[in-house]
Design a binder for this molecule. Structure first.
Ligand code: MN
Length: 541
């Protein structure tokens, strides 16, 4: 097989993040993977790059300003206050405000953005970021161990250069955050293979196939417990081939979530290391620029094994790899066999037993067959350089003008997303991507309460304090002590007890900023003294 130029993004600081004792998501697994990749002598066969960390501005090309601002300053100590008692930004146990959470996000997102830029520049054929792939993160909240959606940010970067991006997701969980972000566009096709049925995040049926211009461009392949290599291959190959044929992508992003492996702590499939890596081999053969990202994976020695093997597949050297593990810093973790393998177990494949595998395949192929074929983008060549270079905004190395353009592009993306939201809000509630439930008091639609499924328990959790029996009637109203100061012509937020609000100093209300944002509800003002005026003060606190 012909050689591919491979870029591999890694920041040694990523392994130091810690989501808390007993939390199944362990950023340390990226470091163990890197150690194994290094022990197999792969580092000198590819470009090893430390990604430029993603800036808050870059993150706001998808996420809201207020959410990024929140993540940038939340600490374990201030989380209760800043999340309004766990009703905003971080909900339930899945996404703790761990020490260094924002640093971790800058590395994960930075890697995927840099990978996209490197691919766009034409300098490499395959780019790898095992610290990325955090597909559940939403525009304005964390979900399923994901805080910042590096995948959406990477794809937005690719869309500056490429006309069509195919996103494929082989994590055991539905790639809901990425699907949601591109649900209404035909420039990104999303294709997710995942367990469905009493399982986080609870979305991803074959009825969800996109909307508006994006109708038909979201492909979902819902599966049951015990999926084997053979069954997976029999559904992955025809569906992905059909995606290639009808969509003719210019670049592919593959999320290689490793919780689809046999024996995963949270997953429930029965796929081996070779069955998982087959997806990488299959896509590499397509001769289209490829980005490989990480994702889930909670039996961490197997995560390290499969991502190491998939790095070898990207390089095309998997046949030369010794199954006996070379000595490495974490060698003893890989006992008792000390081999590069994830074997299958004896669970039954429920997809085959009831014939649902064939039905799901047929439905997906019908959906793809109904598409008009590759959209014919304007008949000129897509520029090989990035949009900014093409338009002459910057030369390579001109950081300032580049940052300025980034900011303008971020603003533009925000505008597009806001328009998309307004359009969606005109429609009825049943299209809401979240699970909204009507409150008993249906007269007041604002007081409906919200639930989220937990990735830890696969049960719905109520995120509205009104719904908790023990906290009934607790008000969600945040009183401001703001006073107008004539001298400074500014509103000063005064609090008798600043610490109670997580403040070190007296906050200053950003009036011009608030005006620029059009006074939208929910905008956070400096000092965190905003009045959440959607919620009435029922004075029961
Ligand atoms: Mn997952």
């Amino acid at each position: 097989m012909s050689k591919r130029r491979v870029a591999y993004y890694y920041d040694g600081d990523v392994g130091f993040s810690h989501m808390g004792l007993g939390h199944p998501m362990k950023p340390h697994r990226i470091r163990i993977t890197h150690d194994l990749v290094s022990a197999y002598d792969m580092l000198d066969k590819m470009h090893i790059l430390r990604p430029k960390r993603a800036s808050p501005e870059a993150m706001t090309s998808f996420h809201t300003d207020e959410y990024v601002h929140f993540l940038n300053r939340v600490t374990p100590e201030t989380a209760e206050q800043l999340t309004y008692h766990g009703t905003r930004f971080l909900m339930g146990e899945d996404n703790p405000a761990f020490e260094g959470v924002f640093d971790f996000c800058t590395i994960s997102a930075g890697g995927s953005i840099c990978a996209a830029q490197r691919i766009s520049s034409g300098a490499v054929d395959i780019a790898i970021n095992w610290a990325g792939g955090l597909h559940h993160a939403k525009k304005r909240e964390a979900s399923g161990f994901c805080y910042i959606n590096d995948i959406v940010l990477g794809i937005l970067e690719l869309l500056r250069t490429y006309s069509r991006v195919l996103y494929i997701d082989i994590d055991c969980h539905h790639g809901d955050g990425v699907e949601e972000a591109f649900y209404t566009t035909d420039r990104v096709m999303t294709c997710s293979f995942h367990k469905f049925g009493e399982y986080f995040p609870g979305t991803g049926t074959q009825d969800d196939c996109g909307r508006g211009k994006g109708k038909g461009y979201a492909v979902n392949v819902p599966l049951k417990d015990g999926l084997t290599d053979e069954a997976f291959k029999s559904i992955f190959e025809p569906i992905v081939s059909k995606c290639m044929q009808v969509f003719a992508p210019s670049v592919v992003v593959l999320q290689c979530g490793a919780d689809s492996l046999a024996g995963d702590k949270l997953g429930c499939f029965n796929i081996t290391m070779h069955g998982h890596a087959h997806c990488v081999q299959f896509l590499r053969k397509q001769n289209i620029p490829l980005i490989l990202l990480g994702g889930g994976g909670y039996t961490i020695k197997n995560v390290a094994r499969v991502w190491t093997y998939e790095t070898a597949c990207a390089l095309g050297i998997e046949d030369t790899i010794d199954e006996k593990l070379p000595w490495n810093e974490y060698f003893e973790w890989f006992g008792p066999r000390y081999r590069l393998e994830v074997p299958e177990n004896n669970m039954e494949d429920l997809n085959v037993r009831d014939g649902s595998l064939d039905k799901v395949r047929t439905t997906a192929l019908e959906q793809l067959g109904a598409l008009p074929g590759p959209p014919s983008v304007g008949m000129h060549d897509v520029p090989r350089e990035s949009l900014g270079q093409h338009l002459g905004y910057w030369d390579d190395g001109d950081e300032n003008s580049r940052n300025e353009l980034d900011e303008r592009l971020a603003q533009y993306s925000r505008l597009v997303y806001n328009l998309q939201e307004e359009e969606e809000s005109d429609e009825s509630d049943d299209t809401d991507p979240y699970q909204w439930e009507s409150d008993d008091d249906s007269a007041d639609r604002r007081r409906r309460h919200r639930t989220r499924m937990s990735i830890l328990t696969n049960k719905h959790v109520d995120v509205d304090p009104d719904g908790h029996p023990g906290r009934k009637g607790r008000r969600r109203f945040f009183r401001s002590d703001t006073q107008w100061d004539e001298t400074y012509k500014r509103a000063l937020a005064r609090s008798a007890n600043p610490e109670a609000f997580g403040l070190r100093t007296v906050g200053i209300m950003d009036i011009p900023g608030a005006m620029e944002r059009g006074g939208r509800a929910g905008s956070i003002i400096e000092g965190d003294m905003n009045i959440d005026d959607e919620w009435e003060d029922n004075t029961s606190l």
